[in-house]
Design a protein. Structure first.
Length: 170
């Protein structure tokens, strides 16, 4: 079983690499190299992740096995989208598992830790956006009791897609 913990500043380089690697591999088949690299340079730079690790509103939960990061979940506090109707929301902004570790229950461990964190910190709703054609992820979130409540556009370079918004009351 992997170790689950909160990412700390000394993890910044490994976390940056994990973010870039998982994102790139997941979206390469549906996006151009140019768009992927532009997105990763903006959102997965060393400086950006370092800033996020220092931000009290953001937490990276990480799964680690034999001193290697294999998965992460980024939580963003007090941010909402669409018709969320929540007083104290928390967002699962990203959740990725290295390809070779998918199907080993790591996503479930991360989701349970995210839900535990949200309940412990007295959030009333946890929410996320998921690409409408990511059927595996939609089914995963539904299995934890998330329900649809809206949608929004997600823009990655020249590619404009629809993210389904899902929430779970806590």
């Amino acid at each position: 079983m992997p170790i689950l913990r909160t990412a700390l500043l000394p993890d910044v380089e490994m976390l940056r690499d994990l973010c870039r690697d998982t994102f790139y591999k997941k979206w390469l088949s549906t996006n151009t190299e140019k768009d992927l690299h532009a997105y990763m340079d903006e959102f997965f730079s060393l400086e950006k992740i370092k800033d996020e690790l220092n931000d009290q509103q953001i937490t990276y939960l990480i799964a680690e096995r034999t001193n290697q990061l294999i998965a992460y979940c980024k939580l963003n506090r007090n941010k909402s989208d669409g018709n969320l109707n929540a007083n104290h929301p928390i967002e699962i902004q990203r959740m990725y598992v290295l390809e070779e570790h998918i199907g080993q229950g790591i996503g479930k461990l991360l989701m349970n830790k995210a839900l535990e964190t949200a309940v412990h910190e007295n959030f009333d709703v946890i929410w996320l956006g998921v690409w409408e054609k990511n059927y595996q992820a939609v089914a995963f979130y539904k299995s934890f009791g998330f329900e649809f409540y809206g949608e929004h556009e997600f823009i990655l370079g020249e590619d404009i897609t629809t993210d389904l918004l899902m929430k779970k009351s806590l």
